[in-house]
Design a protein around this ligand. Structure first.
Ligand code: NDP
Length: 306
């Protein structure tokens, strides 16, 4: 029988741990973790995401400071805010909500964040630490969506060693860091993307598929091997007809869930799979950063969810 990998429940478990760790730091060291969120412009999806982060941070006793700026803000202004946050001893994590408006160079802004406060894990140094792996991982912040995806995967398949994994997508925030994490776990990793030839045949050899493409329901049952484990990172809004006959929209993943369900051994639903894990891992990284800034050891190991 196919297992539905419940990211909502798992993310709640992580947030409970984050709250415990946050409370302990406050009680023992009088430090309350603080996350600064920089939002430039009016992207509706970003605003929803930032709102959800703020609410869940508060539930974990993490302070959030929002810095909302106009769509027309120039790069120098954003960099000045980042510099102030880097130098603010009360701020432990800095998150710049992407995408940024086109007049701003995203890479310049991300790399201006103090690497020790880069709780999104997108800074070039954190990406390098993830790539090198081993002991380096202990100083790194790992990007939240791939980390959440890996935690879900390891909860379903505790030993990933030697398994064939195909990662669909090669972005810096999903595909590449996900591939690095799977290599660390001794998977044999194939990364496929928009220029890949015979993508279906490559996917059909995979014990694990992680899809981060941004193409609604692209992956079908004839692309996958029987009993493959499917982690669907995709979040796509598509038109639908509601039960009352009116037009609306719904969220679907990059995998055709209904089509693939029977053939897979385990699968993340969308919504309710990887999505909730992203914010939970962001909060986890923020509390870890607060421990590090207070001179304390990390409250938990990188992949420790006990
Ligand atoms: P990007 O657009 O940055 O990257 C998409 C990747 O998919 C690219 O590498 C692209 O290839 C590849 N791709 C596009 N079309 C095809 C195709 N037809 N066949 C094979 N590969 C293709 O997206 P992101 O990585 O930012 O996001 C991916 C998905 O994950 C989206 O649905 C997004 O909404 C979701 N997401 C979910 C998060 C969560 O919290 N659950 C967080 C972040 C993202 P190429 O490089 O050649 O262009």
């Amino acid at each position: 029988m196919t297992k539905i990998i419940d990211g909502k429940e798992f993310a709640q478990k992580i947030r409970n741990q984050v709250k415990e760790d946050s409370d302990r730091l406050l009680q023992n060291h009088k430090v309350q973790p603080c996350l600064a969120v920089v939002l430039v412009g009016e992207n509706p999806a970003s605003k929803v995401y930032v709102g959800a982060k703020t609410k869940m941070a508060a539930e974990c006793n993490i302070i959030t400071k929002d810095f909302k700026m106009e769509d027309t803000t120039d790069q120098a202004t954003v960099l000045k805010v980042i510099d102030e946050l880097n130098n603010d001893p009360h701020v432990h994590g800095i998150l710049v909500q992407l995408p940024l408006p086109k007049q701003i160079d995203e890479r310049a802004v991300i790399d201006a964040i103090d690497v020790k406060k880069d709780v999104d894990g997108f800074h070039a140094i954190n990406a390098g630490r993830l790539s090198i792996g081993g002991e380096m991982l202990k100083q790194a912040f790992i990007p939240c969506t791939p980390l959440g995806s890996l935690l879900l995967l390891k909860d379903t398949l505790p030993n990933l060693s030697g398994l064939n994994a195909v990662v669909v997508g090669r972005s810096n925030i999903v595909g590449k860091p996900m591939s690095q994490l799977l290599i660390q776990e001794s998977c044999t990793v194939t990364i496929v993307h928009s220029r890949t030839k015979n993508i279906e045949a490559l996917c059909a050899q995979a014990d694990i598929i992680v899809a981060g493409v941004g193409r609604p329901e692209m992956i079908k049952s004839d692309w996958i091997k029987k009993d493959a484990v499917i982690i669907d990172v995709g979040i796509n809004r598509i038109p639908t007809i509601k039960s009352d006959g009116s037009e609306g929209t719904k969220i679907v993943g990059d995998v055709d869930y209904q089509d693939v369900f029977e053939k897979s051994s385990a699968i993340t639903p969308v919504p309710g799979g990887v999505g909730p894990m992203t914010i939970a891992c962001l909060l986890r990284n923020t509390v870890t950063s607060a421990y590090r800034h207070s001179g304390q050891a990390d409250p938990r190991g990188t992949f420790d969810i006990k």
